[in-house]
Design a protein around this ligand. Structure first.
Ligand code: APR
Ligand code: PHB
Length: 389
């Protein structure tokens, strides 16, 4: 089998890249370890930056997003029992975020890719990438017991943080990482959201976040110890804790059946460079941000937008300039977003090692952000996403 671009991983990065290439007349094959059902049902984050929404519209993939996505023009920072609204759109010339579950993005992308004749192999075992420093790399995999070898010009490593492609980088590559001393326990619940805008809460018992997926579905998070066992968190304990951290001004957290529950660790991670020979990493395969800035999916979208443009230029002209600049262009945005995500995380969480002095610094920072238009604008600009250069 032969294709121009072999894409490992059918998450948002891999599927969107395949689409963008298709629009430029470039052939690709996507190879995914999991089943289609698994990938489409995996509950993840759900905040799309303005540029992400603009791109999906431009390529005709936003019908459902425009119908079901919820545009948000502000968020609240809640501390010491008072919620302070940051009017994001007013501060950013009308830019906004859209709340739309990542699994819906994946479902829309998969449907559209298959409808346009895209080749996506789900449940591929033993995915192995070979010869990325030659001009004819190969991807080997097994589907339904049949072993296949895919010859290509380029391999896109879109296989997430636990994928295999990052392992092909040479020893000279750098992996920069921060682990945080906490995780997030997240739930999806059939209960009306606390508010129609997101609430980020700084509380002495730890951070909490009230988000939503629709007027009847809440998405809620609690800062917990990263080694915490989910079994220690029966539903009522979760609701009580959410009520304590997020309830304010007579506003309570609405309870309802919990549809999904999980604990995720929090880390920042960057791999430099994002390229080795004919292998290009994109999305979570190359970088992880803590979810407090709501940026993971958006960074993945930016990477593949840059990669698709570079590949299209290369196929059209033979010039490698775009490919050579890929890693630097992406890493510039990755580090801006890493800083924002680290800053939001540091401002809003309780750190076990912090003393009263450091907690007062956090409060001072929060007070500044909600009282200074310049500081609020900086948060808003980063949160809705700086325009793509
Ligand atoms: N072979 C084939 N596929 C693989 C392999 C492998 N060895 N390892 C992992 N995969 C698949 C995973 O099953 C997953 O479907 O690669 C896909 C990677 O998708 P994501 O983890 O969603 O990563 P990405 O597409 O970069 O999207 C980034 O995902 O983690 C979230 O919040 C993050 O929103 C961000 C987004
Ligand atoms: C979500 O809705 O899942 C969500 C929202 C904001 C975040 C993280 C996750 O910062």
């Amino acid at each position: 089998m032969r294709t121009q671009v072999a894409i490992v991983g059918a998450g948002p990065a891999g599927l969107l890249l395949s689409h963008l290439l298709h629009r430029q007349g470039i052939d690709s094959v996507v190879v995914e370890r999991r089943s289609r059902e698994y990938v489409e049902q995996r509950v993840r984050a759900g905040v799309l930056e303005q540029s992400t929404v603009d791109l999906l519209r431009e390529i005709g993939l936003a019908d459902r997003l425009d119908r079901e996505g919820l545009p948000h023009h502000g968020i609240a920072l809640l501390f010491d029992g008072v919620a302070h609204r940051i009017p994001m759109s007013d501060l950013t010339g009308g830019r906004a975020i859209t709340v739309y579950g990542q699994q819906h993005v994946v479902r829309d992308l998969t449907e559209a890719r298959l409808a346009t004749g895209g080749q996506v192999y789900f449940e591929a075992d033993d995915v192995t990438v070979l010869d990325v420093t030659s001009s004819t790399p190969r991807v080997r995999f097994t589907v339904e017991g049949r072993s296949t070898e895919l010859e290509c010009d380029i391999v896109a490593g879109c296989d997430g943080f636990h994928g295999v492609t990052r392992g092909l980088l040479p020893a000279s590559a750098r992996f920069l990482e921060r682990e945080y001393p906490f995780g997030w326990l997240g739930i999806l619940a059939a209960a009306p959201p606390v508010d129609d805008e997101l609430i980020y809460a700084y509380h002495e018992r730890g951070f909490a976040l009230a988000s939503l997926r629709s007027p009847t579905i809440s998405r809620l998070y609690l800062q917990v110890d990263p080694t915490e066992d989910l079994a220690e968190w029966p539903d009522q304990r979760i609701w009580d804790e959410l009520g304590t951290r997020i309830g304010h001004d007579g506003r309570s957290v609405n309870e309802g059946p919990i549809l999904e529950k999980s604990i995720v660790p929090m880390r920042s991670f960057v791999c430099e460079p994002m390229r080795h020979g004919r292998l290009f990493l994109a999305g979570d395969a190359a970088h992880i941000v803590p979810p407090t800035g709501a940026k993971g999916l958006n960074l993945a979208v930016h990477d593949v937008h840059v990669l698709a443009a570079a590949l299209s230029h290369w196929y059209a002209t033979g010039s490698e300039t775009g490919l050579d600049e890929y890693s630097t262009t992406c890493l510039n945005r990755v580090w801006r977003v890493q800083h924002f995500s680290w800053w939001m995380t540091s401002m809003l969480h309780r750190f076990p090692q912090h003393d009263a002095f450091q907690q007062q610094l956090q409060r001072a920072q929060l007070e500044y952000v909600v009282s200074s238009p310049a500081a609020a604008t900086s948060l808003a600009e980063n949160y809705v996403g700086l325009p793509w250069s």
